[in-house]
Design a protein around this ligand. Structure first.
Ligand SMILES: CC(C)(COP(=O)(O)OP(=O)(O)OC[C@H]1O[C@@H](n2cnc3c(N)ncnc32)[C@H](O)[C@@H]1OP(=O)(O)O)[C@@H](O)C(=O)NCCC(=O)NCCS
Length: 228
């Protein structure tokens, strides 16, 4: 079978990722820098690496009450393997959790040129459409978004998508029956767009960030003295 990829090449017992010798990457680059390389095609500068690191850290875990954690722990408690329990958690992500990252990014891209955000938000609310990237089951204010936006400002990645996300949040909260904070999915979506990533990749970033948290929950469920 003839396979072609521009990502990784293996020949003569050597491997290159996006043209870089993997041995050199192992020696000299962090995991986050190499994730940026494999996803974007070039190595990040210091600001890009710092921002991406912050995004991953912000979403690493969110307690025992999220859909993916519950699914992973339930699968683990039944004796499933690490890979099955992890897959269960990832499959539990969709529009209310995790998948909201991609949906929010798509929403920001589609509405970037919108002049009347107040009218747009009002119209969606009247249609009972939930705006992806806003709201939280427990938090009335998502401090993770504040921290990420402050780093985005420091690193130069607070751009038009971040500004739009905040504007939508202001208008949404004017007409909402309860506080609907810009959540970590929404902040991550806006920042990834301002970093130049396409909206279609956004949930992939959330999954990369959350997998370590899920692995920890699976291990606690399987080997710890707490569990279901
Ligand atoms: C996260 C989420 C599931 C939490 O829901 P919840 O706090 O249990 O909210 P409820 O289902 O009790 O809804 C309460 C009210 O807020 C509204 N609401 C909740 N999230 C909303 C959103 N994102 N956009 C617009 N309205 C929203 C509901 O329509 C409801 O309105 P009503 O009182 O007029 O009927 C919800 O906010 C949501 O679907 N958000 C969008 C998806 C998302 O960003 N997920 C990532 C979460 S970190």
């Amino acid at each position: 079978m003839q396979e072609k990829t521009s990502i990784t090449n293996i020949s003569d017992n050597k491997e290159t990722v996006r043209g870089y010798d993997l041995s050199e990457l192992i020696k000299n680059k962090s995991f986050v820098e190499t994730i940026f390389l494999v996803l974007k095609g070039n190595l990040p500068n210091a600001n890009e690496a710092r921002m991406l690191n912050a995004l991953f850290t912000a979403a690493i875990d969110h307690g025992i009450g999220t859909a993916s954690t519950i699914a992973s722990r339930t699968a683990a408690s039944a004796g499933n393997s690490m890979q099955a329990a992890l897959a269960a958690g990832i499959l539990a992500m969709d529009k209310s959790h995790g998948g909201a990252t991609e949906n929010a990014a798509k929403f920001f891209v589609e509405n970037m040129g919108e002049k009347n955000i107040a009218e747009l938000v009002k119209s969606l609310k009247e249609q009972k459409i939930r705006l992806p990237g806003f709201g939280h089951r427990v938090l009335t204010h998502d401090y993770r978004s504040d921290t990420l936006f402050s780093i985005a400002k420091e690193t130069g990645f607070y751009g038009q998508h971040c500004a739009l996300a905040e504007e939508v949040g202001v208008e949404l909260n004017k007409i909402s029956s309860k506080p609907l904070p810009l959540n970590v999915d929404g902040a991550m979506a806006a920042i990834l767009l301002d970093m130049g990533f396409p909206w279609q990749m956004a949930t992939g970033f959330f999954i990369i960030a959350r997998v370590p948290g899920l692995v920890a929950h699976i291990c606690e469920e399987k080997f710890g003295d707490v569990g279901m």
